[in-house]
Design a protein around this ligand. Structure first.
Ligand code: B12
Length: 253
């Protein structure tokens, strides 16, 4: 069964596939899988090589490449779920690559319902580097993940035993926000402020100022390029302006 699943995924254009029994998936901060899918038995994790777009200093091209990856990844996830249903009469739920995320005062939208990095590591697709990203044995850091939660009995693939990060520290040195200074922890707020300059923080500041301003000032504010950038980010979703921790990593380049 595992070979058939892998074969279908690879034919879709997915770059690697790993599987893990739910008992072997541990992400201490994430909700339990049984709360999401009672009866869940395994995760099928799909890995996608990132495009070279992320190397560009042109942020429209860099983020455009990410959007292409997300669109492709979501489509593969859907097709995998339908395949598992058709072929094995299985129930399968897709785990999205990024959003929607649960918004609460505690997590501030920084906690996925399923941690794709922990799932990828447990499914034998790589291990954590100094940048807290998963490094794949062939693709290095330039890899994204999606997953399916299933009720199929699938034994876990073997984990990658050798440590792939060389501790060169390039990711730490190239993070303009200092978000990786503390080992084993990404400072989410520092990362967010720098990588998503038109994210929710900027939007709150804009609308607070807007509501407190006289009409003439409000007219000026919506004709300002800053508002246009916020507007674009709002329909793109999480729009990244920094890919430094990925592109500075020498592994897999
Ligand atoms: C929310 C989110 C963010 C938020 C918050 C990050 C966060 N809290 O981890 C922000 C906006 C900051 C963010 C930033 C980025 N993200 Co992000 N993000 C997510 C998302 C949606 C959820 C992450 C989550 O739940 N984290 C919370 C929990 C699981 O983390 P945690 O328990 O606190 O574990 C942390 C540490 O303890 C440490 N850790 C845990 N175990 C171990 C073990 C060892 C040995 C070490 C060293 C560290 C370590 O790593 C974790 C990160 O801080 C995931 C997709 C998903 N559903 O998983 C993508 C995801 C993690 N992001 C991804 C990427 C690529 C990025 C960025 C590079 C953005 C970009 N420009 O592309 C940066 C990288 C920042 C970095 N170097 O850490 C990829 C990572 C791919 C990979 N190869 O690992 C994911 C998996 C999306 C995907 N579909 O592939 N992200």
């Amino acid at each position: 069964m595992k070979e058939k699943i892998k074969g279908f995924a690879m034919d879709l254009g997915v770059d690697d596939v790993g599987m893990v029994a739910v008992a072997d998936y541990r992400s201490p901060r994430s909700p339990g899988l049984q709360t999401i899918f009672p009866g869940a038995k395994s995760l099928v994790v799909l890995a996608y090589q990132s495009l070279s777009n992320l190397e560009s200093d042109n942020m429209q091209i860099a983020m455009g490449g990410r959007l292409d990856e997300l669109e492709f990844a979501r489509s593969c996830n859907y097709r995998m779920a339908r395949f598992l249903d058709r072929e094995f009469k299985a129930k399968a739920m897709t785990v999205p690559p990024s959003y929607p995320l649960y918004m609460s005062y505690e997590t501030k939208g920084t906690l996925g319902d399923v941690s794709l990095r922990h799932a990828a590591v447990a499914a034998g697709l790589g291990n954590f580097g100094r940048h807290n990203l998963v490094i794949h044995p062939k693709m290095g850091t330039r890899v994204l993940f999606t997953a399916l939660i299933t009720n199929l009995d699938l034994p876990s693939d073997s984990p990658v035993s050798e440590r792939l990060c060389t501790d060169c520290n390039a990711c730490v040195e190239n993070c303009p926000a200092g978000a990786l200074n503390e080992e084993g922890k990404t400072d989410d707020m520092k990362c967010l402020k720098n990588s998503q300059p038109y994210g929710i923080g900027s939007s709150i500041r804009f609308w607070t100022k807007f509501t407190e301003s006289p009409t003439e000032e409000q007219k000026k504010m919506v004709k300002d390029v800053h508002f246009w950038r916020l507007y674009q980010a709002a329909f793109i979703g999480f729009q990244y302006f920094c890919f430094n921790c990925i592109k500075s990593c020498p592994i897999g380049q």
